[in-house]
Design a protein around this ligand. Structure first.
Ligand code: ATP
Ligand code: MG
Length: 159
């Protein structure tokens, strides 16, 4: 479906307003107005945003700041979700997109979850020919970068 990612991201963030308020988190939105429409599965994109956003909330400290940015980068839409939460240790970073992988079982157990959120997000983004990566520093925070190629209607129809 032809999808407006600006509106889709805005809707997801608005849906999280209660958890944001409960944790006293501040959210900063910076979504470009000129994002082209893209051909994606909107339900799947909502799931990606849900998974990343719920991590940012879960692994933030009270009073933290979460920022969500979307802009046009060459022929991609780039979405960056950052938090200033607990971060991920360097040795764990290379495993973080594996199914069921969770950092530090003790800290993860009390948080709840199964360790599937990032693996699912990666599968969905790659099925759309995009890419996802994550940078993180313990005690400083985490940044997730998503690149989604601009795929318009009729792509592949040419011979
Ligand atoms: P689920 O998403 O299935 O409920 P989960 O959140 O543990 O469980 P993932 O979303 O795949 O699983 O994340 C894997 C692990 O990466 C988490 O257990 C957590 O340790 C770490 N992680 C993910 N996002 C962040 C973040 N924003 N800040 C700190 N750690 C994170
Ligand atoms: Mg998760």
């Amino acid at each position: 479906k032809t999808t407006n990612m600006h509106l889709l991201i805005k809707d997801v963030v608005e849906r999280f307003s209660i958890p944001f308020a409960n944790r006293e988190l501040e959210v900063k939105l910076d979504l470009a107005d000129d994002l082209p429409l893209v051909l994606v599965d909107p339900d799947q994109m909502v799931q990606v945003m849900d998974n990343i956003m719920s991590n940012s909330i879960k692994y933030s400290n009270q009073g933290g700041v979460i920022s969500v940015e979307a802009s046009l980068k060459e022929s991609d839409i780039e979405i960056v979700i950052s938090d200033n939460g607990i971060g991920i240790p360097k040795p764990d970073l290379k495993h973080i997109f594996k199914r069921f992988y969770r950092v530090d079982k003790a800290r993860s157990r009390e948080m709840g979850g199964t360790g599937l959120g990032l693996a699912i997000a990666k599968e969905i983004i790659e099925a759309h020919d995009g890419s996802i990566r994550l940078d993180s520093v313990v005690g400083e925070g985490t940044k997730v970068f998503i690149r989604l190629p601009i795929i318009r209607e009729n792509r592949g129809d040419e011979v």
